[in-house]
Each structure stands twice: as C-alpha cells, then as structure tokens.
Design a protein around this ligand. Sequence first.
Ligand code: ADP
Ligand code: ZN
Length: 289
Amino acid sequence: MRYGALEAGGTKMICAVGDENGNIFDEKTIPTTIPNETIPEIINYFRDKDIEALGIACFGPLDLDKSSPTYGNILKTPKLAWTDLEIYSVLKDELGVPANIDTDVAGSLLGEVTWGGSQGLKNAVYITIGTGIGGGILSNGEILHGMLHPELGHMILARHESDTFDGVCPFHRNCFEGLASGPSIEARWGKSADELTDNEKVWELESFYIAQALSNIILTVCPERIILGGGVMNQEQLFPLIRDKVVSNLNYYISSNELADIDSYIVPASLKGKQGIMGALKLAMDAEM
Ligand code: ADP
Ligand code: ZN
C-alpha cells in the first residue's frame, strides 16, 4: 500500500510517500508560511500520489478528542495564522482518503518504536528540546492523550539555586521550556546554543533542568526508555551529564533492570531526524479505513 506522511512543523512541512515496510519513495519539503499558501501546496503534492491514507504529525497544541466537533484542529498557537486551522479535516476531505493526526512528538515516538532503535517497546517517552520542548508518551502500546495531550514542556521545575534567569515562556516563570529550550539558552547566555559547546557551565545547568524533568517523568509514567531529540540534543556532551543527574535524583529509589543500564535508558533519537516523518507514515498505516 502507498501511504502519505506529513510532518507539519512551524518552519517546514515535510511531505512523503511510503509503504508499510518503512520505505520512503518520495519526499518534498515545503516552507511553512500562512495556511492559504502552505495547505494548497501540501494538497497539490499528495493529490496525484495515489495514497491510501494520510498520517499527520503536527505541531500543537491540537484538539485530539475524537468526539469533539473541532477534532484535528490546531488550537491556540503563537503561530497566529494557524490558530483554529482545521488541518486534519481539510486534508482528509480534499484528498478524499482516511487520515490520522497526532502531535509531532507523538509521531517521532511512533517512528522510533516502529522503525528505530526502540522497536517493540510498549512504554516509552520521546522528548524534543529545540525551539520549544514537547514530549510524547507511549503507555501500554498506546499514545497517551487524556483530556488533551501531554504538555511535558511546560512541566514546572525547581530552579537551580544559582539561576536568576526569568525564563522565556510567556505563561510560566519556571517551566521546562522556559528554562531549557534553545531560545532560553540563547537568552540566558547571550549566544546561540550551538556556539556555546565549550562552555561547561551552560551544559551543567541545562542538564540540571533536563534531568529534573526526566526524573519527574520516570516517577510519573514509568517508561522503559526515554528518547531525546531536537536541536539542543546535538550537544552530545549533555547525555552523560543528564544520565548522572537522573541517577542521583532518583537515588536508587526505583529498582528496574532498564534504569540500571542508564546508557541504554536515556538515548538519542536513532532515526537521525527522520523519526517525525517515519512516525507520520505509521500514523497513516493506523488511520481508520
Ligand atoms: P525546531 O524545534 O524549530 O523544530 P530544532 O529541533 O532544530 O528545530 O531546534 C532549534 C533550536 O535548537 C534552536 O534554538 C537552536 O539554537 C538549537 N540548536 C540547533 N542546533 C543546535 C546545536 N548543534 N547545538 C545546540 N543547539 C542547537
Ligand atoms: Zn511554560
């Protein structure tokens, strides 16, 4: 079968056609501008591709309540032109195929557990640390939704005692995204994160916040693994710092074989940037026909 996959991001839209074995036959990137320009381009791309279903891994927040009249809409977002956009129903109706939508991070998580290094896991968490911070949770083999979908990036964190930075989140002074996203690193240190590789203080503080968030997640949802992606996690020196601090935070309170092997418990995304589009392909395969 041929499936359509859309990774809908705030700066670009990746459109692809693939099959149930994870082969991608064709791919096109479209810049995200305003819906009136971008949506017709997406429709044009998929229109003659003979796809059986479309999977959409989309930036959020999204309405994912299947009983809601606004199911599949983008909710209130800083990208104002996209607020209330009926991305799911417009694409589904225009293309005339079944569709399935979830968050970009849920998509990346599905990509990793379906085709990546975490194949077969039924309980896992994927977190992206980039322009924003977001996370997807797989619990007993299902992506967790609840009343909306998790907003792990806005988890409230305890400040480091030395940290007086205000945070960049307009909603919370002390949230994960406000204190540890790429823009927060740049605002705090006056240089973009990729120019700060050699400054140990930056990564010490960054790992303090990431480890705190991961510890809370481990204690709350008990994943078998946590996968970290996003631009900031290109700083590979973060991984050992985060792992050490998670072990220290948990202080051996939880005993599990998974956690005992911390190097394979907290891992980078294995699909190297392809996890989102591969997850969208899996969403298409799971669309209700
Ligand atoms: P987005 O979140 O917009 O989809 P990214 O995941 O690439 O995209 O995140 C962009 C953020 O990540 C920016 O704030 C940028 O400073 C930061 N970033 C990108 N590359 C690196 C890098 N090599 N090292 C540290 N930070 C990076
Ligand atoms: Zn916040």
